[in-house]
Design a protein around this ligand. Structure first.
Ligand SMILES: Nc1ncnc2c1ncn2[C@@H]1O[C@H](COP(=O)(O)OP(=O)(O)OP(=O)(O)O)[C@@H](O)[C@H]1O
Ligand SMILES: O=P(O)(O)OC[C@H]1O[C@H](OP(=O)(O)OP(=O)(O)O)[C@H](O)[C@@H]1O
Length: 230
């Protein structure tokens, strides 16, 4: 039995993940044609590379189909109920840093805090007859945050990409999304609420708590963790 290491196969986390392992003597490489999702691990025996989308890594870890996996903390917390019982963070990797925030139109001069948003949401419903819409793909984290922040009168609308565009497109009044440089928010005339972010995320190496391991694989995992300096 080999140790299965799940890493993003594309997107912004892939190359930096490969670089992070490479700097620690473990070479990860995609093999085959550019479009083939096959990979190789050099620098240690008996470790199998599993190429996945960053958003699928949490589920694969929770199911125990991979033993180790790299993805953003935001995706783990959003996708796994009681995430800390399913996975253990082993190392923050220092890239993929982004904050999950709530943003509203810059033109809403009276709305700078969650309290303001709650008041605006109540007024919006009274005026329009439907609830203020917040577009996001982080449904669980945003619901929990708004409940704790005392914001009640809103509806979440699902947005799986280009979330900042939903306000201009009139499919939402506000958004909750990841921001890094802030350029996308500014370009779409949105401002972040004054409170601390919902979550500060970065790429992290996780271990699956429930994955089965043979004795051989357990030894390989220990060797890998030691080689990575963890
Ligand atoms: N602008 C950004 N800067 C830095 N990290 C970001 C940014 N936007 C998203 N991320 C982080 O990158 C991770 C997602 O990576 P990426 O967008 O490449 O994957 P994905 O959207 O899940 O891809 P896929 O389409 O393959 O499912 C998340 O953990 C997220 O927090
Ligand atoms: O603060 P910034 O540096 O401008 O980055 C923020 C943007 O990056 C992510 O989008 P991504 O590029 O993954 O595209 P998406 O909208 O299709 O998710 C995120 O959803 C924001 O839209």
């Amino acid at each position: 039995m080999s140790v299965k290491l799940g890493v993003p196969s594309k997107g912004r986390l892939m190359q930096k993940t490969f670089d992070w392992f490479g700097a620690r003597g473990i070479t990860l490489a995609r093999t085959g044609s550019e479009r083939e999702y096959a990979g190789r691990v050099d620098g240690i025996d008996n470790v199998q590379l599993v190429l996945l989308s960053a958003s699928e890594v949490p589920r694969e870890l929770a199911a125990g189909r991979i033993h180790l996996g790299v993805t953003g903390t935001d995706l783990v917390r959003e996708k796994l109920v009681q995430w800390d019982q399913k996975v253990e963070p082993l190392a923050e990797l220092g890239f993929g840093e982004a904050n999950l925030i709530v943003a509203v139109p810059q033109a809403w001069v009276d709305v700078d805090t969650l309290d303001d948003l709650d008041a605006a949401a109540a007024a919006f419903r009274a005026r329009h007859g439907f609830r203020l819409r917040i577009a996001t793909k982080y449904h669980r984290l945003v619901r929990e945050y708004l409940r704790e922040g005392g914001v009640a009168d809103y509806a979440l609308v699902d947005s799986q990409g280009a979330t900042e565009g939903t306000v201009k497109n009139l499919t939402a009044e506000a958004i909750a999304d990841i921001t890094s440089s802030g350029d996308t928010l500014r370009a779409n005339h949105l401002k972040v609420l004054r409170e601390a972010p919902i979550l500060e995320s970065q790429a992290t190496l996780f271990r699956a708590r429930r994955a089965e391991l043979s004795d051989d694989a357990r030894a390989t995992l220990a060797e890998l963790i030691q080689k990575l300096g963890l």
